[in-house]
Design a protein around this ligand. Structure first.
Ligand SMILES: C[S@@+](CC[C@H](N)C(=O)[O-])C[C@H]1O[C@@H](n2cnc3c(N)ncnc32)[C@H](O)[C@@H]1O
Length: 204
């Protein structure tokens, strides 16, 4: 996907449409994968852990961490949309262990820290070279660190047919099984919603 088109999508109306629509999309397609995310966070997160979120958007997954009453040492959220980040920053003003940075997540060479947990939720269908992105991002994991992703993947043909206008409007290109086979260190993979949604756990 062309990154300027993706950035433009998330600047429409200053991204104010995103938070009202996100729970509806969750309910329709993401509930099981988000259940996996909640279990992953409960199993792996505690007050000693640092968290990196790639493509954090408006911070809904950080809100989820807080709603689960989970503690963490530090959270860094990266996104290239200033409008999405502005909403995220407003939600977590005055929170000294939370930081948001405007960054293109396909250019992570400037990030020198490593993290215990990385999450990347419904983002990588916007990117090109997805196996490359997933494998390179793993260098940001501490030893024994864990990486959790939710992806939009190629669904059964009858779902693909009905969803194709939405997928085009969303500036996504659905991820194929052949691409997923190139992801290194996958430990758990689950498919939901007629294969449209896949959750993946990577353990380093
Ligand atoms: C569907 S939203 C998901 C936001 C959040 N992860 C969530 O679960 O609600 C996709 C996000 O990925 C961001 N994004 C897409 N391509 C990106 C890139 N190359 N670098 C940084 N952020 C990117 C968009 O700006 C947008 O905020």
């Amino acid at each position: 996907m062309d990154r300027n088109d993706v950035r433009k999508l998330y600047s429409i109306g200053n991204a104010k449409w995103y938070d009202p629509l996100r729970p509806v999309y969750s309910k329709l397609f993401l509930s099981k994968a988000e259940g996996d995310l909640a279990n992953f966070l409960k199993d792996n997160l505690d007050e000693s852990k640092t968290v990196l979120e790639l493509g954090c958007g408006t911070g809904v997954n950080l809100e989820k961490i807080y709603s689960l009453n989970l503690e963490f040492k530090k959270y860094l959220g990266l996104d290239f949309s200033p409008d999405m980040l502005k909403i995220a920053k407003n939600k977590f003003r005055n929170n000294s262990i939370v930081e948001f940075r405007e960054t293109d997540i396909t250019e992570l060479d400037d990030i020198k820290e490593q993290f215990d947990i990385i999450i990347c939720i419904i983002v990588i269908s916007h990117l090109q070279s997805r196996p490359d992105f997933v494998n390179k991002s793993q260098r940001l994991l501490n030893k024994n660190g864990n990486f959790f992703l939710i992806l939009h993947t190629k669904p059964e043909w009858y779902i693909n047919f009905w969803l194709s206008p939405f997928i085009w409007l969303s500036r996504m290109s659905l991820i194929s099984d052949d691409e997923i086979k190139k992801f290194e260190n996958i430990k758990v993979i689950n498919k939901y919603s007629g294969n449209l949604i896949t959750s993946i756990e990577i353990y380093r």
